[in-house]
Design a protein around this ligand. Structure first.
Ligand code: MLT
Length: 393
């Protein structure tokens, strides 16, 4: 056998596995210390009551022959796809039900969609950004181009007419920086993609954190996007589904290349390689989009956004330059004392037992930056920030 040698081009371990390994070693060496984890963006609030009720009901259905369900449609049950369609409609975006594909989360779909594209494509990725885009394309051996996100452009790189790319990754609100593209900026990206016959892979996993009504929560609120953009979304951060697992991907029927339809190819891929999300999870996801579900999950998001404000205020009080935290659960700040991000990670863990994510894990432009998440209890967030103040004194 011959193995995929592209794997040797990857870093030894995935960013968040490396963080978890270091934290595990620290906790083992310091069993009495209370470590506060603000590294991986994992939620801490329990599921909304409406979701729990729907789960219980679905579990009961599975225990009765008349209502038991076996294999479901690979692309998701119609009840959930209809709920997602209506959710988009409320935001003024029309999506057909057969353009919606339910999955176990955005990460899987973002990785799996690379199956549909030829190895010859050139991929354009922002730096810094969620490492899955880069790692999954390295696995496929694709040529990668990076576009710089930095303090000067507010971590929102824009198209460069002299650069030709076939596959463009955008994430807005951005992970890790919290920066959010305006509609006019996204329109420039859509125009660039249409001109270059490129596809935009748009990650909107953090759309529910956008509170500024002027900012787009879906790329489809931009004219022309349905001809060139695939959108990935997830209930992980919107409704606390990091453990339950459910997301959805929109693949418009209007994206075609050389007689092939991306929508048909994704359907073919999913029906061949995926057996769908569990029925009970899809019922729970359906409940998220109900009136009560939206109310309850928005309250959860509001809680995290208040935590983000507490972190942002601490950055101001300590004179630390930061970004994000307004339309995002992430605060992205410059490492104090000119430290590089992995040194600052070790320093912060060692001195105050607070975990964050080193910016270098998101690309070279993150070398001197650090990410903290707002996904914690109020108590832990306040305590972590008190500890942070002592660190920067
Ligand atoms: C993150 O911390 O960046 C995310 O939680 C990771 C993920 O969603 O896979």
């Amino acid at each position: 056998m011959k193995l995929n040698e592209n794997y040797s081009q990857l870093k030894e371990s995935y960013l968040f596995s490396e963080v978890a390994r270091k934290v595990g070693a620290f906790q083992a060496a310091n069993p009495d210390k209370k470590v506060i984890r603000m590294g991986i963006g994992d939620v801490t609030l329990p599921l909304a009551q409406t979701v729990i009720t729907a789960l219980h009901k679905a579990v009961d259905e599975m225990g009765t022959a008349a209502t038991f369900r076996g294999y479901g449609p690979e692309q998701g049950y119609d009840f959930l796809r209809t709920a997602i369609k209506d959710y988009y409609k409320q935001a003024g975006v029309e999506i057909d039900i057969d353009e919606i594909f339910v999955s176990d989360g955005a990460k899987s779909d973002i990785g799996n969609i690379t199956d549909l594209f030829s190895k010859d494509n050139t991929v354009l990725v922002p730096d810094p950004v969620y490492p899955v885009y880069v790692d999954t394309n390295i696995m496929n051996g694709r040529n990668m181009l990076y576009m710089d996100g930095n303090a000067q452009n507010g971590f929102l790189p824009m198209p460069n007419k002299n650069v030709r790319a076939d596959i463009i990754y955008l994430c807005s609100p951005n992970n890790p920086t919290g920066a959010c593209y305006t509609k006019a900026q996204l329109k420039e990206w859509v125009d660039y993609a249409l001109e270059n016959k490129a596809v935009i892979l748009f990650d909107s996993a953090y759309e529910s954190f956008v509170s500024d009504k002027e900012l787009p929560r879906s790329i489809y609120s931009v004219e022309g996007a349905k001809k060139c953009a695939v959108e990935f979304c997830s209930l992980s951060k919107t409704a606390g589904f990091t453990g339950l697992r459910c997301g959805y991907t929109i693949v418009p029927k209007t994206i075609e290349s050389e007689g092939l339809s991306l929508n048909k190819m994704w359907l073919r891929r999913q029906t061949t390689k995926f057996n769908g999300v569990p029925y009970i999870v899809q019922r729970a996801a359906e409940a998220v989009f109900s009136e009560d579900g939206i109310k309850e999950t928005r309250a959860m998001v509001a809680h995290y956004k208040q935590n983000a404000q507490i972190i942002a205020k601490t950055m101001e009080e300590t004179g630390t330059r930061y970004f994000g935290g307004i339309n995002s659960p992430y605060i992205w700040f410059e490492c104090p004392y000119n430290m590089d991000s992995w040194s600052f990670f070790d320093f912060m863990l060692d001195k105050i037992a607070v975990v964050g994510t080193p910016g270098a894990g998101f690309g070279k432009n993150g070398n001197n930056f650090f990410r903290l998440t707002a996904f914690n209890s109020r108590e832990n967030t306040v305590e972590a920030m008190e500890r942070f103040k002592s660190l920067t004194k």
